[in-house]
Design a protein around this ligand. Structure first.
Ligand SMILES: Cc1ncc(C[n+]2csc(CCOP(=O)(O)OP(=O)(O)O)c2C)c(N)n1
Length: 723
């Protein structure tokens, strides 16, 4: 089908529908439990016993409907902060919710997350961030992973050795699993909403998007976010979707559309979008007072639609409960919430000593000797970095069926019938690094993404949470910025914020750097220090073919997210060519190499400055007799301070040189640390060489002046030697 199906506008229901009396009572109970938990949190916040409150009030009917229509621990859930009632319906306890509110050592985050960040590993509630709409792409990636495992069940099983991330992922999947994700109507303005609909639609993925439309995004009304004021009208042309717009304060109507949406997705028809009109009786959060920007008449109209009051009346009218039974239930629930609050307030607090736990994997550290193997070249033929990366990807994909590769133009050809017939040769990336991989491994393992970097990164996070190993490509470092939000706020900290419950070990390969003669502003950028300044992500940058193979293998096999920076200028240079070191060759992260030994001064560098520094060091030795030791860090986070310190203790003089701008660059941190920790070993100030504090210009004479050249490095070393 090419157009989505839509249910009747504004579904309503006034009978008790398909639910039994028992289910109706459970439905109401969950709604009331959610509201009373919010009320208790508000009280606790006023008593300064918790530190933040944001409520589910007014959204309960839609969310209990979703929870009751889906299966915890079977389906997957990527909720947002309003979804308390969903979490309760799935089986999360009030105690767990209040443990998070008081900042106790709660099972979902260990005191790291604000309240309302619903997390439970057994229930498949995946730890959300506070950013609006990022979770939608994770849901898409999760659904892709579920489908992948269903089609390749053997990829999910297998026994693996000590140095293998796969030991830590329980890859369970269900052939008809469905993925839930939700957001407010304001958040549909985020690009990631549209990027998620794009892939869910194109790939007919079983994802239910629930738009909880309470008419406001903090103080901004719906028409400011959504042209025409109705998101259902805007999305209606996405193919393959089931669409439903419903009064989300009507419990039975909500349940009916949720059931239809789930059935649509389970049957493999494609995704669904349920747009529920709800109310927001408690302002945006406790720090907000909506009377500042909403008229009293609006609030009164909303109050008439309160979902709990509506369902209470329905239960009485239909004879499901008597008033006395309803009162008794209310009393029970209030007591349950009071007891849970007492338990939460008395619970142990997280330990300060544990702050740094779960920044990185504790199970498999890429810095350890597990990843140290000797090169075993099959022959002496020398290969470029480009060939070495392609070969490593190929061999790792042969070994591990969980690896998938995607990104812009990385496939040989999306229309693969022409590829298979040999009529077209295939692209395989703008730098041809992934050339031939789709042909060998198939279009479900190597495929093109839409032109959207957040889409690539967010989907990869969702896949990695489920146990796939995405090795994605960002086409140019210059265009990594749309992915930055996903990298900084999701990829880097999902392990930490969930206290180790959810992890996303994946690899992002990124061509970086200049010296291209004409690369200009948007094809020459560096900027590695922005990522080394982000905890939770490993950053490596090889400068020769052997290191590229060894570091990439460690990146793929380890249990942490890795940013793998590939210098474009070095891809096919004769410098750095090496025999291919074999299919098991790995290098631990955080180990530098001495590219040139010397006793008079130390130059620490990495990337494309490496060969320029060697050239300068040879000239220095020739012309002045000064022998510089050149250290290639290879790995930037973690980096090998021990190697730097050992060299500085020997030479007493050090320069840190890199291609990126000097100010605020990677060298600033390294120089500061050397000055701090090696002060007594130094005979001269710590010097830095880096690019000018501009962007890189197109005209070659400008590019040469902006980026550090061998002459600059020579001069800096000569000056330092003479100090
Ligand atoms: C990317 C991002 N920008 C801004 C914020 C701050 N913020 C938190 S909630 C919110 C409003 C969200 O409104 P809506 O999506 O309609 O959901 P609602 O809270 O109304 O349920 C904003 C702007 C954020 N969390 N994330």
């Amino acid at each position: 089908m090419t157009a989505g199906v839509s249910t009747a506008q504004q579904n309503t229901a006034d009978s008790t529908g398909p639910l039994t009396h028992h289910e109706l009572i459970r439905f109401y109970r969950l709604m009331y439990l959610s509201r009373k938990t919010d009320d208790r949190e508000i009280l606790l916040k006023r008593q300064q016993k918790i530190f933040f409150q944001i409520s589910c009030a007014g959204h309960e009917a839609l969310l209990v409907a979703a929870g009751m229509a889906m299966r915890p621990g079977y389906d997957w859930f990527f909720p947002y902060y309003r979804d308390r009632a969903l979490a309760l319906a799935l089986g999360q306890t009030v105690t767990d919710q209040l443990l998070q509110a008081v900042g106790a050592d709660d099972p979902g985050s260990g005191g790291r997350q604000m309240p309302s960040h619903w997390t439970s590993k057994p229930l498949h509630l995946v730890s959300p961030s506070s950013a609006t709409a990022t979770q939608l792409l994770h849901a898409v990636g999760c659904a892709e992973a579920g489908r992948y495992f269903a089609q390749r069940p053997q990829a999910a099983t297998g026994s693996y050795g000590e140095g293998d991330y796969r030991r830590f992922k329980d890859v369970s999947f269900q052939p008809d699993e469905v993925v839930y994700t939700s957001l407010g109507e304001g958040s549909t303005s985020q690009g990631e909403f549209w990027e998620a609909l794009n892939t869910a639609s194109n790939s007919k993925l079983p994802v239910i998007f629930v738009v909880e439309d309470n008419g406001y995004a903090i103080s901004t009304p719906v028409e400011t976010n959504t042209p025409g004021g109705n998101i259902s009208r805007l999305v209606a042309n996405f193919p393959n979707f089931f669409f439903a717009e419903v009064d989300g304060t009507d419990a039975l109507a909500s349940y009916a559309v949720m059931q239809q949406a789930v059935a649509w997705c389970r049957a493999g028809n494609g995704p669904a979008l349920v747009h529920g009109h709800v109310i927001r009786p408690y302002s945006h959060a406790l720090s907000d007072d909506e009377r500042w920007y909403r008229h009293a008449s609006e609030l009164e109209a909303d109050a008439l639609r309160d979902p709990i009051a509506r369902m209470g009346v329905l239960l009485l009218q239909q004879g499901v409960l008597t008033e006395a039974e309803l009162d008794a239930m209310h009393r029970d629930i209030k007591q349950e919430v009071r007891d849970a609050a007492d338990t939460a307030l008395a619970a142990p607090l997280p330990r300060v000593e544990d702050i740094e736990r779960h920044v990185y994997s504790e199970d498999l550290q890429p810095t350890t000797a597990v990843f140290r193997t000797e090169p075993q070249p099959r022959d002496k033929a020398e290969h470029t970095i480009a060939d070495s990366i392609n070969q490593t990807l190929r061999e790792e994909m042969r070994r591990d069926e969980r690896i998938v590769i995607f990104g812009e133009d990385v496939a040989d050809a999306s229309r693969d019938e022409h590829l298979r017939s040999g009529a077209v040769k295939g692209k395989g990336g703008v730098f041809k690094i992934t050339s031939g991989l789709q042909l060998e491994f198939g279009s479900d393992r190597v495929f093109n993404s839409p032109l959207a970097e957040a889409n690539i990164t967010g989907r990869a996070v969702g896949m990695a949470v489920r146990g796939l190993k995405p090795v994605v490509e960002i086409q140019f470092f210059d265009y990594i910025w749309p992915a930055m939000h996903q990298m900084r706020n999701e990829l880097s900290n999902i392990r930490w914020r969930s206290n180790g419950n959810h992890t996303a070990p994946l690899v992002m390969r990124v061509p970086i750097g200049g010296y291209l003669t004409g690369g200009s502003i948007y094809h020459s950028q560096s900027g590695e220090s922005i990522f080394t300044h982000t905890p939770g992500v490993r950053v490596v940058m090889p400068s020769n073919a052997q290191d590229a193979a060894g570091l990439l293998r460690t990146a793929i096999r380890c249990d942490d997210p890795v940013l793998f920076l590939e210098h474009k200028r070095l891809y096919r240079e004769s410098y750095g060519r090496a025999p291919y070191p074999g299919p098991e060759y790995a290098i631990p992260f955080g180990k530098a190499t001495i590219a040139r030994p010397g006793g008079d001064l130390t130059l620490v560098t990495y990337g494309a400055v490496g060969p320029r520094a060697l050239q300068a060091a040879q000239r220095l030795a020739r012309e002045t007799g000064v022998e510089a030791e050149v250290i290639d860090l290879r790995s930037l986070s973690p980096y090998d301070f021990e190697a730097v310190a050992a060299s500085v203790r020997k030479t007493s003089r050090v320069i840190v040189a890199h291609e990126d701008m000097r100010s605020w660059g990677f060298g600033a941190e390294l120089a500061a640390r050397i000055a701090d920790e090696l002060f007594h070993d130094l005979d001269a100030p710590v010097r830095r060489v880096g690019a000018r504090d501009t962007f890189v210009a197109y005209q070659p004479i400008l590019e040469d002046a902006i980026l550090p050249q061998p002459d600059d490095l020579f001069q800096a070393m000569a000056d330092l030697a003479a100090f």
